[in-house]
Structures are given as C-alpha cells and as structure tokens.
Design a protein around this ligand. Structure first.
Ligand code: ARG
Length: 577
C-alpha cells in the first residue's frame, strides 16, 4: 500500500498546490497522513484535511471539497469529500494489473523494505543460563528475539544472532559440588540436562535446608561451591573439564528446542568468553574516575541519573553481570561494527540495561545510543497441568511436547491418513504456542491457555497454518501457466489484494516498534480475507477462464505473502495439515 499511498499523495499534492502554490509539503509527508478508515464502506484510504487547515488557512471542509474535485485517475476509483475528510477508493484494475503481478513476481520477497541496506544489527536473545531450567519465561526472549532478527533481515540488514549463554558463574561451583556428592557420569550421559537441573535444584535445596521439616541449612556447601568456582576461575583442569561437559550437554538440549522453532544462531559466545575482556573496561572506568568504592565493592554512582549504582566488582574483586555486559558490548562493536545492538530480555531486567547503557555513555563510547533493550512481559501458564521435575517452573520443551501430543490427538481424529504426520504435528504444536504468544503485545503479561492456543477455529496458529495448507491444496490441483487477462470481479478479491499489499507497511511498523505481534495480526487479516474469498468465490469451478485464472493467481499470491510472513515469526509452513 505504500506505493499506492505515494501515488495518491502526489495527486493530493497537486490539489494542495492549487490552493496554495507556495505550500512546502511533500508527497511523502502526505502519504504518511493517509489513514485506513474504520469502515471500508467509507473508502480504502482517508485523508484528514484538518491537518492542513493551518498551513492552507482554510477549513478542512473547504480543503476536502477543493482537492476532491481534481482527484481522479489510477489508482483512484473514487474520491469523496465527507466532513473534512477525503475518502478514497482504490481502483480494482490497478490492484489486478499492478499489485497482483508484483506479488507474483517477487514471491516471498514481496513487501521487503530496503531500509537496512548496508547496516548491521546484532541481536542478543534467548541466552539461557546453563544448568538452570530453560523454562517458559525464555519463550519470549527466544521467539521475540528471533522474530526481530528475521524482520531486520527481511528489511536488508545484515544480522548477527547471538546466544549469550549464561555459561559462567557460581552456579557451576554448585553444580560441581552436587555432582561430586550425588552424580555420576553414566547417569548424566543418559539423563542429560534434566539430570543436571535436578542436581542443581537439589544442591540449592540442601543449602537452604527446610525449617518446617527440621532439615538444617548447609551454608558450608555454599562455601564449597564458591571454592570450586574459584578453582574454575584459575583454570583448574578437572573443574574446567566438568564445566565444558555441562555446557555441552545443555547446549545439545537447547538445540533440540531451537530446531523445533527453526532457529539458528550465528554466535554462541557466552558470558565465559568475556572473562579476559573485562579487566580492560574496569581499568578504563578507573582511569576515567568513574568508579567509587562502596563498602568494599566497586560501583559507578548513578544517583544523578535517578538510578541505583551500577555494580562493577564485588568486594572480593570478582566481576558482575553488568561488567560482563559492558565488555561484551565493546567487543561486539569492534567485531561487527553494528549500527544497532538489540537485547531481548524480560522486563525484570529493564533497570540492569538502563544502568549499564548509562555507564557505557559515561565511558565516552559514542555508540551508546545504538544499544536498545527490548523488554517483554511475564509468561505464566494455567489450565494445562505440566509435571515439572523442578517443582515450580514449566520447562519449554515440556510445553512443546504437550502441545505436539495434543495436536497428534486432534489429527488422528481429523486426518488419520496424513503423510509425515509427526513433522506436521510438531510444526503445528510448536507453531500454536509461538503464534499464541506473539499475538499479544510483547510488553503485556500473558497467561497461556493451551486449549485456546490449539484451537483450529480461533485466531490461532493452527488456523493460519490450515489456511496456508488450503492455498497449497488449491494450487496443487491446477495447471501452472495462465496466459489470460487478470480480471478482478468480486469484492472479496479486491479486499484480499488490499490486505496483501499492506505487508511492507506492517513490516516497517513491526521493526519501528520492535513488535512482532504486528505481523501476527497481519497474518490473521490475510487468513480472514483469504477464507472469505475462498468461501464466496469459486476458484477451480469458476466458469469464465479469466476469472478462474485470476483467482488461482490470487491464491498463489496469498501463499507467497503468508509463507513470507510465517518465516518472520518462527512459524513453519505446512503444505498439508
Ligand atoms: N542469561 C540471562 C538470563 O537468563 C539473559 C542474558 C541477556 N543478555 C545480556 N546481554 N545480558 O537472565
């Protein structure tokens, strides 16, 4: 629609100049002011003339009436002045002759903006903490992060997806103690990450003790854990070998989940990678006089900026989470020379990012304003009762497994002979979770309801994947080439094209607001428009050769746009369901 808006804006600009030849407005500015009327019977686009009243020194009603007079010609079918608005209808011929061929020509690349050409974005997302559970709280960072990556790639940015694994820290000391007390090699090789998490939970519980049950706390084990971690820090071979092994096991497990989502990372440089890169930044902070000693710890005072201090070094000299983030940002700037560095985490970390972004600014790094934190709301789950090994959290893989199981059940009933059923069930089950999650504004807290997510007739993943499969099954039945004339004869056909051609705008909005839900909702709009068309217009049985041919092309265009949009939000394309 961007192109259409611009063409209409040029025409409106002529009208503006007819009123005042000196007006300094540009067509692009006018295009930006064009709105979608709430009710399409009023028109496809509306121009609010009150926005020009001041500049043109006329009433909106006068402006609308004057401009409407001269407004005609493709892509405009009709322009009407109503209460200070210009209501504009788009020409069906234009939709059929310009928009449809463009989609068919560009296929899944249709709608790709060029805004990112020559620019680089690094995205830090997912980043689970090794040996701690990978739970549904990580769903947000993982899928929002990946969707933002795909959106930026689509817009021409060079993107680097970084999984900043939490692969260093005292939790490894704890794990080593637990392993030596209760673990053994075979068990872990067999049980994988679940066994590690179990050990981790057990050591934490043991350290804490249980007053009610009369089990005493064991702070000595916490001391032991710190000592084991210290040993790791000075390169103790045995501990380093154990640590590497724990990381490997965890990574293998995460990769299974990433594969289900179709996610790959470009870098797995985790926190441990920055161990030797922190001293230089700490030194710089000291040289700049930014560091203060507070109760033995080194901090950067941020009171002036209305924030608590940023902790750089603990009393024992060990580094902290912000220290590592600062070192990592400097490294990434040097390594990738990014134009933007995006960090996706839960909103619990908003302050952390604000603090260390400020510190980077105070350090004089002029790229501090290229750092962007993208927070999201909390995720909880009710309805489905998932047995968890860890007591109080729901593991992501368990949630996926449950969804896949349920989809298999539904498919057994609905389509028992489907080929490749397991793969389809995985795509639909995982897709249902992702789609449900991404339909909400990212900052909102969400409560999962698995029944709703898996429904085939709500605004769900299964519904849109089913729609995609429907386009495929229509296209499977037809001969490929169509040499006739494109004719748009039904309102549903025009409405479908008007929806499809909003794709680029939606992508731009999603990027501007870091909001994948814009795409999810667009997908729903397309699915609704296509299904209406499918039910109202017979495709394969249309009598007129040109009408039939056009409808087949419309189906193909829908398939391209849906497929492209799916790929932006980690939704797999299902040719069959
Ligand atoms: N590992 C952290 C966590 O699970 C998230 C890391 C986010 N990225 C960052 N650069 N701090 O809480």
């Amino acid at each position: 629609m961007l192109k259409i808006k611009l063409q209409i804006a040029e025409k409106i600009l002529c009208g503006v100049h007819a009123i005042n030849p000196e007006a300094t407005l540009t067509a692009a500015e006018i295009a930006d002011m064009l709105e979608y009327p709430p009710d399409t019977t009023m028109g496809d686009l509306a121009f609010p003339c009150f926005k020009l009243s001041k500049a043109l020194r006329r009433s909106p009603v006068q402006i609308a009436a004057t401009i409407a007079e001269g407004l005609s010609g493709s892509p405009i079918a009709q322009a009407e002045a109503v209460n200070g608005y210009l209501n504009i209808k788009i020409d069906n011929e234009y939709l059929g002759e310009v928009i449809l061929p463009e989609i068919l020509n560009k296929k899944e690349n249709y709608g790709a903006p060029t805004l990112g050409e020559g620019k680089t974005v690094v995205l830090d997302y997912s980043s689970p903490n090794v040996a701690k559970p990978f739970h549904i709280g990580h769903l947000g960072t993982t899928v929002i992060g990946h969707a933002l990556k795909r959106l930026h790639e689509f817009a021409g940015y060079k993107c680097v997806g970084i999984n900043y694994l939490g692969d260093w820290g005292t939790q490894f000391g704890k794990l080593i103690v637990a392993y030596k007390l209760w673990g053994n090699k075979e068990q872990i090789e067999e049980g994988g990450i679940d066994k590690l998490v179990e050990l981790y939970v057990r050591i934490n519980n043991t350290i804490k003790g249980d007053e009610e049950q009369g089990i005493p706390a064991r702070p000595d084990l916490a001391d032991e854990a710190r000592a084991e971690f210290r040993k790791m820090e000075i390169g103790d071979e045995e501990n380093i070998a154990l640590w590497k092994w724990f990381v490997e096991i965890s990574l293998a497990e995460y990769e299974k989940t990433y594969k289900q989502l179709g996610i790959e990372f470009d870098s797995y440089k985790g926190e441990s990678f920055y161990t030797d890169k922190m001293p230089a930044q700490v030194e710089k902070l000291r040289e700049l006089g930014l560091m203060k000693i507070d109760d033995g710890a080194s901090i950067v005072d941020l009171e002036e900026y209305g924030m608590p201090p940023c902790l750089i070094l603990k009393r024992d000299g060990s580094t902290l989470y912000p220290t590592r983030d600062i070192a990592a940002a400097v490294y990434r700037k040097n390594e990738y020379n990014f134009d933007k560095a995006i960090y996706v985490t839960s909103n619990q970390q908003i302050l952390h990012f604000k603090q260390w972004f400020k510190v980077v600014e105070l350090m004089g790094y002029e790229w501090h304003d290229q750092l962007v934190h993208i927070p999201y709301g909390t995720v909880s789950l009710n309805g489905a009762k998932l047995a968890t090994r860890t007591g109080n959290v729901v593991l992501l893989k368990d949630l996926f497994a449950l969804a896949i199981e349920k989809v298999k059940g539904i498919m057994e009933e609905k389509n028992p002979d489907l080929k490749g059923r397991d793969d389809v069930a995985e795509a639909v089950g995982v897709g249902a979770i992702v789609f449900y999650y991404l339909t909400n504004n990212r900052i909102k807290d969400i409560n999962f309801n698995l029944e709703d997510a898996l429904s085939f007739d709500g605004n769900t993943g299964p519904y849109v994947q089913y729609t995609y499969a429907r386009t495929c099954s229509v296209l499977e039945k037809v001969e490929k080439s169509f040499g006739g004339k494109i004719v748009i004869t039904a309102d549903e056909e025009a409405a479908l094209l008007k929806t499809l051609c909003q794709y680029e705008e939606k992508v731009l909005t999603a990027i501007r607001d870091y909001e994948p839900s814009v795409i999810t909702r667009f997908i729903l709009d397309v699915a609704v428009a296509f299904n209406k068309f499918y039910h109202e217009c017979s495709i394969l049985n249309a009598e007129d050769k040109n009408v039939r041919g056009t409808r087949i092309l419309l189906t193909e265009a829908t398939k391209h746009v849906l497929g492209s949009a799916f790929s932006l939000i980690c939704l797999k394309k299902t040719e069959r369901i």
